[in-house]
Design a protein around this ligand. Sequence first.
Ligand SMILES: Cc1cc2nc3c(=O)[nH]c(=O)nc-3n(C[C@H](O)[C@H](O)[C@H](O)COP(=O)(O)OP(=O)(O)OC[C@H]3O[C@@H](n4cnc5c(N)ncnc54)[C@H](O)[C@@H]3O)c2cc1C
Ligand code: SF4
Length: 340
Amino acid sequence: MRPFSFARPKDLASAVTLLSANPNAKFLAGGTNLLDLMKEDVERPNALIDINGVGLTEIKTIASGVNEGGISLGSLGKNTDAANHSLIRRHYPLLTQAILAGASGQIRNMATNGGNLLQRTRCPYFYEVAMPCNKREPGTGCGAREGINRMHAIFGWSDKCVAVYPSDMAVALAALDAVVLVRDVTGQERSIPIVDFHRLPGEEPEKDTNLAHGELITAIILPRNAFAGKSYYLKVRDRASYAFALVSVAAALETEQTNGATNRIAKVRVAMGGVAHKPWRALKAEQFLVGKEATEANFRQAADAEMADAKPLEYNRFKVELGRRSIVLALQMALNGGRV
Ligand SMILES: Cc1cc2nc3c(=O)[nH]c(=O)nc-3n(C[C@H](O)[C@H](O)[C@H](O)COP(=O)(O)OP(=O)(O)OC[C@H]3O[C@@H](n4cnc5c(N)ncnc54)[C@H](O)[C@@H]3O)c2cc1C
Ligand code: SF4
């Protein structure tokens, strides 16, 4: 590992000031991703600003304003605490399932909510510094484009990068229409809807997100919704645990009995992981389903509508059928309280 300086500020303003003053500095939260990448020589910060002393660990109900009744998750709270908190279990079980589907108990005890959103791709060419990688070193090429791309994207990729974004938590957050709150060096706070937080690779795959250097994630807002009774996170992977998703689906439904329909879909959210450079909102599937009966036949047509646009690579054609089946199964599980 290369040498770096280390600071542990006690408040948010000092943390943001220290980072803004140095373009090669990085915030350190749980360290479960950043330190691995530093040991592999992929990330090379010359200064670490440890933000574990600045607070921001609270999980609370929002008492007023546009998000009244929703929940605020402090960015420096641990993934374990978020998954197990009674408010999250009761109102956002989809998020609990997604967090618990990721990593291991030990890693979730260290990993923070903000750090989880900013974890970097698991593309093996990104980790291997002897290989070309436009994300790690812009302009060097993409090893995976013509290489072994079994784990890579089927939606939204560019010739510059075909990587997928690995977080499970963020897929559930995309389905829940979460909002990321960030603070800059002037003290200004801005809100970024989770769907706009991560980027597609385009011409600049080195940029994973729309966060600017010096901005610190303070909280993740979960708007109030009525999905708790009908939601499900399905993760398909090579091993039953401790593996990243080949494909995952976060599905949430709100149904009603109107106009003679027994189970009419009033609201639906479908987001996918393991298929793109960002959590992929399956908007075509959602558009197809709104107003229709919640039946397996309709779930199948919705999945077909979404997957029609998939553009698989040489080694990941299986993800198209896997994605289709996963959407159907996740919606069925959501409808039936976790059973089919
Ligand atoms: C073996 C292993 C298996 C894993 N499996 C899974 C899995 O199956 N599913 C899954 O979703 N994840 C998995 N993970 C990833 C894990 O969830 C992430 O490493 C973790 O969530 C990162 O959080 P952290 O707090 O440790 O981040 P750090 O490593 O501390 O930071 C990550 C990045 O975020 C930045 N950062 C951190 N906090 C903030 C903030 N508040 N504001 C601005 N920038 C910030 C840091 O500067 C850094 O660039 C796995 C990790 C390991 C090591
Ligand atoms: S897919 Fe992206 S991360 Fe992987 S080698 Fe290509 S440019 Fe690098």
